[in-house]
Design a protein around this ligand. Structure first.
Ligand code: FMN
Length: 365
């Protein structure tokens, strides 16, 4: 980490986490960070009809209202996912609702889909239309919606012209009942409605949009098998593994560890990587998987790829390591390819999936 990043972190960590987040968004809007060099072609990944300049993306939740996707791409991310956006604006839970667990470079959040709603994000994405770069839209449901699935369908419709891809986020722990959409019957119905709307719009507009599904890390084997079964029968383009965990392994006894919400960062790395590898084994080598959870270095990004990811995302790592992290990781990926004599980052995917899948999860025999 550079001296500037260290100083930046020291300053931001004196602020309440959500105020620090707001300030970082303002700094990004001001354009104060230098642009990353162009990605090396060996880092390119093609999947789901998209050409990613490199496999590292910004995970959802940092830029909930689509304020800074281009600034994130300039930092060196190969793609940026905005959202989660819900149809109507939503205040989320009372503050404080983000907590740093500094000793483990972790965060607990219970934001509860605070966001300005579809219309505000759409306006911003329309104003960047034609700029290029992969900007995905992560869609969710309003907490008081009578029909969660209808809110996802509305998201597909609203952002059809501006989203490079969609992520249906059914794994936030902070909207009561949302994770129930992961149960086989509910998931089958959700995907039928969401992918049905996708087919309808593709026929109408003449272009296609990829749809990914983002799942929780708190699933047991039967739940994972059920999800894999539904996904295999569907036209879904890929999975994102994973969201934050309701578990507290690795942070017990530390300040804030008992706060309600989802845990992210280093303590999530092992669990989310094991789940990713198990999903890779259940689904075979073809279906794209995006690995998320505790990535904060080139080594952890490489581990995700080896466990079966085609692409990787991060959020919490950037809170602790600063805005230079994307570049640091892509540089590290390239050095590793050179060290191993590989011509493409895609050669890393799944090379260690069996070993990762066989590791026991915390609490598993
Ligand atoms: C403060 C915060 C807010 C988040 N908000 C969202 C969100 O709105 N939608 C979503 O799909 N994931 C959200 N996430 C989850 C991240 O996208 C990611 O899946 C998770 O944090 C694990 O990755 P990480 O360890 O790199 O942070 C959020 C995470 C954090 C820390």
């Amino acid at each position: 980490m550079s001296i500037a990043s260290r100083l930046g972190r020291e300053f931001l960590f004196r602020l309440e986490p959500e105020s620090a987040h707001g300030l970082s968004i303002r700094a990004l809007k001001s354009g104060m960070f230098p642009a990353a060099p162009r990605s090396d072609p060996r880092l390119a990944v093609k999947l789901a009809g998209l050409a990613f300049p490199n496999p590292l993306g910004l995970a959802a939740g940092y830029d909930k209202n689509a304020e800074v996707p281009d600034a994130m791409l300039r930092l060196g991310f190969g793609f940026a996912e905005v959202g989660t956006v819900t149809p109507r604006p939503q205040a989320g839970n009372p503050r404080p609702r983000i907590f740093r667990i500094v000793a483990r470079e972790a965060v607990i959040n219970r934001l509860g889909f605070n966001n300005e709603g579809h219309a505000a994000a759409l306006r911003r994405l329309e104003s960047r239309a034609g700029k290029g770069g992969i900007v995905g839209v992560n869609i969710g449901a309003n907490k008081d919606s009578p029909d969660f699935a209808a809110d996802y369908v509305a998201g597909i419709e609203a952002f059809w012209n501006v989203a490079s891809y969609f992520t249906a986020n059914i794994s936030s722990p902070n909207t009561p009942g949302l994770r129930n959409l992961q149960a086989a019957d509910a998931l089958r119905e959700l995907l039928a409605r969401v992918l049905g709307k996708r087919s309808e719009l593709a026929a109408k507009t003449g272009f296609q949009r990829a749809v990914f599904l983002k799942i929780a890390p708190d699933l047991d084997r039967p739940q994972m098998e059920a999800i894999a079964g539904v996904v295999r029968e569907s036209a879904l383009d890929g999975l994102i593994v994973s969201n934050t965990t309701t578990g507290r392994a690795g942070v017990e006894g530390l300040p804030h560890w008992q706060e309600a919400g989802g845990l992210s960062g280093q303590p999530l790395f092992e669990r989310s990587t094991i789940l990713l590898a198990r999903m890779r084994q259940l689904l075979g080598p073809e279906l794209p998987i995006i690995g998320v959870g505790g990535v904060d270095s080139a080594a952890s990004a490489i581990a995700k790829l080896e466990a079966g990811a085609n692409l990787v995302q991060l959020y919490t790592g950037m809170i602790y390591r600063g805005p230079g992290l994307a570049c640091e990781i892509t540089r590290g990926l390239l050095s590793e390819l050179e060290r191993r004599g590989l011509q493409s980052v895609t050669a890393l995917t799944g090379t260690n999936a069996a070993q990762w899948a066989a590791r026991p999860l915390e609490g598993e025999a």
